[in-house]
Design a protein around this ligand. Sequence first.
Ligand code: NAI
Length: 329
Amino acid sequence: MNSPVKVAVTGAAGQIGYSLLFRIASGALLGPDTPVELRLLEITPALKALEGVVMELDDCAFPTLAKVEIGDDATKVFDGVNHALLVGARPRGPGMERGDLLEANGGIFAPQGKALNDVAADDIRVTVTGNPANTNALIAMSNAPDIPTERFSALTRLDHNRAISQLAAKLGVPVTEIRRMTIWGNHSATQYPDLFHAEVSGQNAAEAVGDQEWLANTFIPTVAKRGAAIIEARGASSAASAASATIDHARTWVEGTAEGDWVSMAVRSDGSYGVPEGLVSSFPVTVKDGRWEIVQGLEIDEFSRGKIDASVAELDEERKAVTELGLLG
Ligand code: NAI
């Protein structure tokens, strides 16, 4: 057995937390040979509920779960952590404008970025799931000047997985036949799931579909609005699938991408594909030895260009709003 890896989860008493913690504790993130120490952050009123979740974790007797610590003080909970999965966020309440939402989340992600900066382990990797995920990641990153910017990312893997699953269903193939899926831009309704660079059994996915009408008017909106469809059906937002995607994302960051494949991750733009430098935007990335790289050299046609630009424009507006609110460190 290796020594324990410390994994922090925020919003641990929430819906996603209830799926995520048990998967991590059972070895789904780091494998069967690496013990995990869970560090769980919640707001004070949710600590009692979190104690109940910890009782259930105890009751699973997971061989890979070395220790669980809980608390409401980020500086204590994040001390020495290797992974931070930032799930807890402020949902949009009735009558809340987008600016209010960004401000409320800035009040969470700026101090959490500072706390990570002060106390996390040198190899810290931060995954932001809590919405608005891209801009929350930007806020945390900019408040953590001593942590390399490439250690911050936001989750678009759920959108990526949804896109794979929709395409597989359309073509009647297993999901394992699909490679090189890409989500571009923001984790929001403006995101662009791209079939022009994806492959199905080695064939170009857009050609395999051969139906631009389906691609533009069914596939893209189905993926982009899947979250709303789940709320409509389930009466609650996606939680188990979001937890699963969070694990996929963090695990790929550790294990790397398969040869010849890539995944979607929202990471700090270096200006690739005309995405303004510094925005946290989703790209196709490969990962090797714990480091991601944006896939270069993909040809972007006019259709894709328009879709990417629209989503990136939204990210740019969000950045302007949080800059004006003084949330970027
Ligand atoms: P939830 O409301 O069930 O749980 C959120 C938890 O965060 C609550 O227990 C709350 O007490 C906690 N929290 C709030 N402020 C906190 C703080 N400052 N520190 C620590 N904990 C804090 O929500 P759920 O369903 O678990 O979703 C969490 C977030 O994930 C939401 O923002 C949701 O929109 C987002 N999400 C993102 C997805 C993605 O693909 N990126 C997919 C699905 C959800």
